[in-house]
Design a protein around this ligand. Sequence first.
Ligand code: PMP
Ligand code: GLN
Length: 379
Amino acid sequence: FRSKLPRVGTTIFTKMSRLAEEHQAINLAQGFPEFDCAPELQKLVGKYIAQGKNQYAPMAGVMALREAIAKKVFAANAKEYHPETEITITSGATEALYVALSTMVHPGDEVIVFEPAYDSYVPAIELNGGIPVFVTLHPQYESIDWEEVRSKISPRTKAVIINTPHNPTGNVWKRSDLQQLADIAEKHDLMVISDEVYEHIIFDGREHISAASIPALAERTFLCGSFGKTFHTTGWKIGYCLAPKELTTEFRKIHQFLVFSVVTPVQFAIAEYLENPEHYLTLSAFYQRKRDLFVDAIQDVGFGLRPSEGSFFQNVSYEELSEENDRQLAERLTIEAGVASIPVSVFYNQITNYQTLRFCFAKNDDTLLRAAELLRKVV
Ligand code: PMP
Ligand code: GLN
């Protein structure tokens, strides 16, 4: 048997969550909230199940949800996406990203990937015969070298994939970054995939700049989003893809044969829950408090850190504390301190050790404080 992904094993999230369980460690590794979604949202799912919304949804998604997303995105970006032809509900952002890449990548096409990169991007490119071309950033990078990005473009470059707020670094792109990208994409006729799953988790008064807010980008972008992070429902796997009509037509050709459609009653419930913007506009403040609590609590461990700008991840470096590589340290801390994290080098394809760990702070306050206490004892 000849593997199509010879270099890929089980994802690091599965590995570290399993190790955490084995050693009964606090799991600050895999990114998911420790707390539950709102009871009101749970009730809505029950309501729609009881109403018999239990058969296949339309292939492109429940219309009420597509309309609610159109309204929300218009309010934030003054950009209209037509529910009928430009919005597709997917099985999480993971499916949206995969399908978007499948839509455009032909064998031999190159896709620019900023690393560290979320783990699903590169396999999705490679399964479609594409070639990832990396722009490598330090885990605590301050700004993007756009000259370097330009230098990576070749006649075979088809697309660029971006992610803001960013997993794993917690960095947030500025409008000038998106503008630079728009200029490059226009000049070289590139497609863009914009992963915006952490759009509502952004700190210190920063603003999420969506690809939808820049017309020159929106016209060539597959915008991928998810409700998993926004509503504390990572297990529901409801995401979406927004793209101009011609792109959406191609997107749906693949989506219809990958999953056809996604879970019906949950789509109705989310559509109704979206009617109140407070349900998502309060999330940044909620997580900023947790970030501050965690950053304060680990202050005296001796890590190097810049507070996360967005997402629910905090990266820390530890060059002065240990010579171990980050995989070794993440394992040792899980076993000896009882705190699991993710070694950031797994998000790189070309670099094996950046001596940086990623901690997820989407946890209850006492869990975060306990984790800090345990780390203080062992590191
Ligand atoms: N992109 C990024 C950057 C993520 O962190 C995640 C979730 N961890 C996803 C995509 C996938 O989202 P979903 O769970 O909705 O498939
Ligand atoms: N996105 C989550 C993270 O970065 C994990 C998702 C998954 O387990 N695939 O931790």
